[in-house]
Design a protein around this ligand. Structure first.
Ligand SMILES: *Cc1c(COP(=O)(O)O)cnc(C)c1O
Length: 401
């Protein structure tokens, strides 16, 4: 299946020894013809599964018209997509980027320029939270603040003050005369599917209003239906001033976006920011097709229904295999299973059972099925999980020894 020739890909990923040739909905077919149930969705990207017919048609049509334009000219399709995203959210403006980290870079720049344009260039610091993940550029890595990713890359970009997640007193104390904003994920994905209470988000909103600083939600992973609403902030009931999107926005085509309220956008003018590829017509077509499907009546009801079913079934798996699993976490179809065994061992055992999952921090395994997953597929996934649990059970290991 795999060849042993030396790889010329920069060895920054620990890839599983497995490759796929095509996908259909929630299923992936490997290069050796085996079918895997895909509960990774390309790390929360393929929200409509693989090769959704509406997306395939939209991209095929756009491919015969225009691939790339730059931002030298007007973009009617970009205007339309931005208007739809604003209509569905708090935002008044959208900047299109190509990835989550780029969407986040724009968010950080918007926050700093807001205060700069108000005559406060010293207000450039942003409060972030432990366990966060905001991307791998030097700027977003500094916001992420994880020593293991920053090590060896020189002095991190200055301007971030990290406090414990859920600790409102620490957030309050961190606010000073140079504070420009607060940045948080509505639900930490990479950090282990962890979220503070809705009340905590409300308290952050109040703090921001009190101090005239901006609230930024990183919805790169939670946005576009993943937690059961189009955007996670709608479920929490707390509205940010700036929000980043990416992963599922293009359903598998690279696109990111930074959504900004009219007030927060006051510091941005021609020349303040830019991107060669941002708003690429193929990406805009893909994202428009994703929205078409998600905005059909009943789409989010389906996500919520599947979420409940998956959580209930996983909770019973946790009861049945206390030597392997300890807890179910998460919202919508961003579900974490805290493992007792090393999470990496569980991901590998699931892969052996032909169920694909993603590791996360805090010894958690993430289940990120496509949002179009069916009841039968969830039942199939849980059966495969239980096979993996049997293979990993301590009793069985003792018996085998
Ligand atoms: C994945 C992710 C990012 C980074 O997105 P990239 O497209 O990999 O640059 C940023 N923030 C969150 C919350 C993410 O999950």
């Amino acid at each position: 299946m795999t060849n042993s020739a030396p790889s010329h890909l920069l060895p920054v990923f620990a890839r599983a020894d497995l490759a796929f040739e095509r996908g259909e909905g929630a299923w992936l077919i490997s290069t050796s013809g085996e079918r895997y149930l895909d509960f990774t969705s390309g790390v929360a990207v393929n929200a409509l599964g693989h090769c959704h017919p509406h997306m395939v048609a939209a991209l095929q049509e756009q491919a015969t018209k225009l691939w790339h334009m730059s931002n030298l000219f007007k973009s009617p399709d970009g205007e339309r997509l931005a208007a739809r995203l604003c209509e569905q959210s708090f935002a008044d403006y959208v900047f299109f980027a190509n990835s989550g980290a780029e969407a986040m870079e724009c968010a950080l720049k918007v926050v700093r320029h807001y205060h700069f344009s108000k005559g406060h260039p010293e207000r450039s610091r942003i409060i972030t939270f432990e366990g966060a993940f905001h991307g791998r550029t030097l700027g977003t890595l500094a916001a992420t603040g994880a020593a293991k990713y920053l090590e060896g890359y020189g002095t991190p970009l200055d301007g971030f003050d990290q406090v414990p997640l859920g600790d409102i007193e620490a957030a309050k104390k961190a606010i000073g005369p140079n504070t420009a904003g607060i940045l948080i994920e509505p639900l930490q994905g990479e950090g282990g599917v962890r979220a503070p209470s809705n009340a905590f988000f409300g308290a952050l909103r109040d703090l921001c209003d009190e101090h005239g600083i901006l609230l930024v939600f990183d919805e790169v992973q939670t946005g576009m239906g993943r937690t059961g609403e189009l955007f996670a902030y709608q479920r929490i009931g707390v509205t940010p001033d700036v929000m980043s999107l990416a992963k599922a926005l293009g359903g598998g085509f690279p696109i990111g976006a930074c959504l900004v309220s009219a007030e927060a956008a006051e510091g941005m003018a021609p020349g303040s920011h830019g991107s060669t590829f941002g708003g690429n017509p193929l990406a805009i077509a893909a994202a428009g097709a994703v929205l078409d499907v998600m905005l059909k009546p009943g789409f989010f009801d389906h996500v919520k229904k599947m979420s409940l079913l998956l959580k209930q079934k996983l909770a019973s798996s946790v009861d049945r295999f206390p030597g392997v699993l300890s807890e179910v976490r998460g919202e919508g179809l961003l579900i974490g299973l805290k493992a007792v065994v090393p999470a990496g061992d569980l991901v590998a055992a699931l892969r052996d059972a032909r169920l694909l999952s993603v590791g996360a921090g805090d010894n958690v395994v993430r289940f990120l099925p496509p949002l179009i997953v069916t009841e039968a597929e969830i039942e199939e996934a849980v059966q495969r999980l239980e096979l993996a649990c049997i293979a990993l059970s301590p009793e069985r290991k003792q018996g085998a020894a």
